[in-house]
Each structure stands twice: as structure tokens, then as C-alpha cells.
Design a protein around this ligand. Sequence first.
Ligand SMILES: [Zn+2]
Length: 402
Amino acid sequence: MTAPRPIWDKLVGQDLVVTELSRAVADAEHIRRGEHGPGMTHAWLITGPPGSGRSTAATCFAAALVCPEDGCGVCEACRTAPFGGHADVDIVATEGVEFKVDEARDLVRRSEMSPIKSPWHVIVVEDADRMNDFAVNVLLKSLEEPPPHTVWILCAPSVEDVLPTIASRTRLVPLRTPSSADVAQLLIDNYSVDAAMASFAARASQGHIGRARALARDEHARMRRQEVMRIPLNLHDVPSCFANAGNLLGAATDDAKAITDPIDDAENLNLRAQFGDTAGSDGSTRSRVKRMVDAATKDLVKKQKARVTRVVRDQVDRALVDLMGLYRDVLVIQVDGDVPLINEEMRPQLSQLAERSTPNDTGRRLQALAYARQQLVARVTPLLALESLMVELKDPWIRVAL
Ligand SMILES: [Zn+2]
């Protein structure tokens, strides 16, 4: 077995996956020559928890398939394909909460196009878990019998997150959550982060690489996390529960807007540029163009609203994951567990929380957090979900005073 090609260097702590996908790329070449290539197939499902690198695995795989040297890491194909800049690689992700039928139809149409520069036309779907039943039905036939040059690479958090009809038509590649040591090393090697910060960010992110990178390099992200981690210490009564729920959602909304506003602005500018200046044209042209602009604007506004809703939910979910880490640590202290704390630097405060409650209370709080996360997925209004969560998280003795 030869050493993995450089394109895979971006994938942290996933040696087995790298071996399997490298073999697929080598066998893809065999298939192209009409030979036997059992390592390759035309439909894949890459699973892994958020931040484990499933999109990176998918896009590196796509790049390796269209690279003339199986993923050299330096050629034009390797440099452009992972970012959607290669003619034969389509990378799609829905910006809404759900993947719509029209989007699926468009994908199938694209999948039927022959490749232009390379032997394969690769379609990466970054969030196959967001496809509804109708969208999946549209895709099934193409997943089962795609045109000979087409490769589908679907991504999802876990195999349970996609419909069984998808799982049965794809080859599963499960990623594992990278270890804190792997993530810390990546931060040191690739982003020149110092060792102490790398260790903190790797632990705090619980194996989420993107989150670790943000925590290591962005003071605002660290400050936001600190605000979230202080919440359990500040739930004294019901009004403070509601206030904390409101603050958390407010911060999530501000951060979401900071992410989506620049994208919205660029899209709005783009829309205006598309329809151009109608000043010199006659009245009927102007009113026709105006109708088109109005319709396109309406569509765009809808899309932008869906996107900000999704990003707010993602931000809230991340805060809930941080809180789960905190209560997990409380439980470790309560049962004298012999494992490192995620939030070692908060040990005094965590010990305080551990003393004020029983392991049962902590278990109940962890369940409440898991339930709140499910409610967000089920599209319960975030504020409602957060308010009832905070009431569950507050000190148990307050329950008596209610
Ligand atoms: Zn290359």
C-alpha cells in the first residue's frame, strides 16, 4: 500500500477513512480502464458528527477523483475542487432548514451532465440529512443507477439521519470524532496557535474542528462561550431563567446576523446587477423588468429568511452542546470519575455546581438539554425551548419555592 496522497492531509485523525477513500480513487482509475475496481462505487454516504470533517472528507475525495494524479494536493483540480471551483465537481448544501424537491430535481439534472475536464462528474451533497421524503424520492433512481461517469457523495451526521432508502443505496463511510490531541496538533501545525490555547480550544470544542479553530483564533467566540458557561451559575429564580433564555437567543441572533448579513448584501447587489439599469428603456420594458425584479426579490427574501433561521438554530445548538459538556464535567466530579474535564479551567465553579446537586439532578439536566436540542430540530420556537430548558437547569431547591 502506498502512502496516502497529500490531498488527505487536511483530514485529521481519520486514517481508516483515508485508506478506504484512497483505495476507491485508485480503483476508480481501474474501472475507467474497464478493469475490476471493487473499492470504488458510484454512491457514497459519509457520516460523522458536526465538525468531524465529513465535508472535508467528501470534498477531498471529490478532488482526488478529478485530479490527474489521484489527489496530489497542488494541481488546479486539487486547489479548486474542494471549494466548488471545478467544472466537474458540484458541491451543494441547502441554506434553508430543509432540502426542497426543486433543489433535488435540479441536482438530478446536473448529475446527468458529462464531465468536461476529468473522467468523473462528482456531486457532493453536504447535508443529505436535511432532505425531506419528496426530495429523496426524486434522487433515488439516480442514486441507484447514475450515468456511468457520475459519483454521488452524500454527507450526514449519522446513518440514522438519512432515510433508509438512501442508506441502502450508498456505501457508508463513518468518520470518528477526532481526539482532542489530534485537534490540538492541527491547530498548532496549521494555524500557529500556541500549545496552551490549542489544548483549551481542542477540549472545549469536543472534537469539532471548525469550532476549535474559531475558539483558538477569535476572542469574540471565546467571550460568547464564556457567557454561555456562566448561565448555570446564574439561574436563581424563574425570572432569571427567562432572562438567560432571552440573552442566549439574543446573542445567537446577533452572531447569526453577523454571518448572514454580508451574504445577503452580496446577493442583493447581485440581483440588482442582473436586471441592470432600465432608465433608458420604454415604459412597457420598464414595467416588465420591474415585475421580474419584484418576483426575484420575493424569492430572495424568502431564501434569506430561511438561512438566518437556520444559522440562529445552529448557534443555539452549539451553546447547548457547550452546556452539555459543562454538566458532563459536573457529573464526572460527582462520581469521582477518572477522566479529564472538558472545562478544566472552570473546576472551582463546576465543583460548586456538583456540591449543590446530586448525580440524578445532573442526569436530569443532561436529558433536558438533549430534549431542547431535539425541539430545535423539530422547529419548536427557540425562545420557548430555551425558557423551559432554563427552568429545568436551575437549582432543584427553587422548585420547592415555586
Ligand atoms: Zn491534484
